[in-house]
Write a protein that binds this ligand. Structure first.
Ligand code: NAG
Ligand code: NAG
Ligand code: NAG
Ligand code: NAG
Ligand code: NAG
Length: 411
């Protein structure tokens, strides 16, 4: 199982290692048992809001060229058949922005909604994502329409160290990566192709801070690469808008960053004074993510434009949480901090858009044999923080693998 072996748990959310937000004062503590796996994903009718619109993400999946299309495996499986709704919109684009959507999402906190965010901010970002490209993950091309879309999703787990999976990963039509995806020097294990890079602004910046010394000195860039914004906060909408327009971020914690095409190449991590925040053994001062680095940073390379960016639909994130990752943590004091991990969101995005999906570098039952990340030089144990439920994620990947819906790389 994907359970932590010992009772040692980190009860206060340690939001450092590219996982999530604002670092509150943190400490480590031995505590009550971690809630078990498979906490939720039972009531398939209780999620809200995403039955209304049918999107085009699943529009091109039925095709005869796939040897083992995942939608067939889903249909054959009594449990997963009831969980998957492949017509749920995965991406949010301008065309889906209606008063009704505003009314519904403004009742829920990010990442599940827009509570506390301004209509103007959402509208001005979404109106830039108003072409058909913004509503689909994959470019529509004749080749793709007639073939089987094979995707690899590459998590950053230590299981990839020494795996020699690089060629297998790159052989997929699309390769998804996320957060601190160090490539240089690890090509034999993780490949060198990136089609999609998924992140929240917070996890992206935390990755640049935490993994700078391991070689994560820039977000992957390239002419064919697309970015998947996970809207976990207002800053994601603000950064996205600035990236598309090629202007410095005008406000908020990222003020002054130049994410887009007008940015100069910058050297140094966004917050040069911070070192890799590994778990401390003593309380330590809060790192504030509102600290603004001395130089504006460039993140997304020279050709940033609306077509480079995709935005996950908040309703899709709710749907994933309700049906696949309904953790017991939701009903604890940490409920507001809980969300599926970036890796989980990317893997489930691929499962809702590709015809075949392989997962590399995701948590397996023998995770304790491996370092936290593949790029670490000294083995560092994976720690279960309360902002994610990695036990639940581990059992989900195991069950999806058993059901033939994904191929989980294990060793
Ligand atoms: C599932 O949720 C729906 C809507 O919230 C509710 O009406 C129904 O009773 C629930 N079913 C179960 C089995 O909990
Ligand atoms: C939404 O944004 C568009 C494009 O910037 C603008 O034309 C429109 O007036 C805005 N709508 C509202 C209600 O602010
Ligand atoms: C997107 O474009 C359509 C048609 O051009 C327009 O009606 C709609 O208001 C736009 N949406 C946004 C959010 O700008
Ligand atoms: C990726 O690796 C392949 C060989 O494995 C090589 O041919 C290709 O040039 C590399 N691409 C990049 C962008 O480094
Ligand atoms: C990575 O794998 C090598 C052997 O392939 C091993 O010697 C090394 O300790 C591993 N690194 C970590 C951080 O586990």
């Amino acid at each position: 199982m994907g359970r932590p072996r010992g009772p040692l748990l980190w009860l206060l959310p340690l939001l450092a290692a590219a996982c999530s937000g604002i670092l509150v004062a943190l400490y480590c503590s031995a505590a009550r048992p971690y809630p078990g796996p498979r906490a939720g994903a039972r009531n398939t009718t209780s999620s809200r809001g995403f039955f209304g619109h049918k999107a085009s993400n699943a529009g091109m999946r039925k095709n005869p060229h796939c040897r083992r299309p995942l939608d067939l495996a889903i249909q054959r499986h009594p449990h997963f058949r009831a969980l998957f709704d492949l017509s749920t919109p995965v991406l949010l684009s301008g065309g889906l922005f209606t008063q009704e959507l505003w009314d519904s999402l403004s009742q829920h906190k990010a990442p599940y909604g827009w509570q506390g965010l301004s209509y103007q901010a959402i509208n001005s970002t979404l109106s830039l994502l108003n072409s058909s490209e913004s509503s689909q993950l994959f470019a529509t091309s004749k080749k793709l329409l007639s073939s089987c879309i094979r995707c690899a999703v590459v998590g950053n787990g230590g299981i990839l160290n020494g795996s020699r999976q690089g060629l297998n990963i790159d052989a997929h039509d699309y390769v998804f990566r996320l957060n601190g995806a160090v490539i240089k020097g690890f090509e034999k294990d993780v490949g060198n192709k990136t089609s999609f890079y998924g992140f929240t602004v917070n996890t992206m910046k935390n990755s640049l801070i935490s993994y700078w010394n391991f070689g994560f000195t820039s977000v992957p860039q390239g002419p064919d690469l697309r970015y998947i914004f996970i809207p976990s906060d207002i800053r994601d909408y603000v950064m996205l808008r600035s990236a598309i327009l090629g202007v410095p971020v005008p406000e908020g914690p990222d003020k002054g960053d130049s994410p887009g095409p007008t940015a100069r190449t910058a050297a140094g991590p966004p917050y040069p004074s911070l070192r890799s925040p590994t778990c401390p053994t003593t309380p330590r001062a809060a790192l504030s993510t509102s600290f603004v680095g001395p130089r504006p940073q460039t993140y997304f390379g020279p050709e940033a434009s609306a077509r480079k960016f995709k935005l996950l639909h908040p309703d899709f994130i709710s749907y994933l949480r309700e049906r696949f990752l309904k953790s017991k943590l939701i009903n604890t004091n940490f409920g507001d901090l809980y969300m599926p991990s970036t890796g989980a969101l990317m893997l489930l995005t691929a499962l809702h858009t590709c015809d075949q999906v392989s997962a590399y570098g995701f948590i397996t039952s023998n995770y304790w044999k491996f370092s936290d990340h593949y790029f670490e030089r000294v083995k560092k144990p994976l720690i279960f923080y309360v902002n994610h439920d990695l036990s639940l994620e581990a059992s989900l990947w195991r069950d999806l693998h058993k059901a033939g819906i994904l191929q989980l790389y294990q060793r």
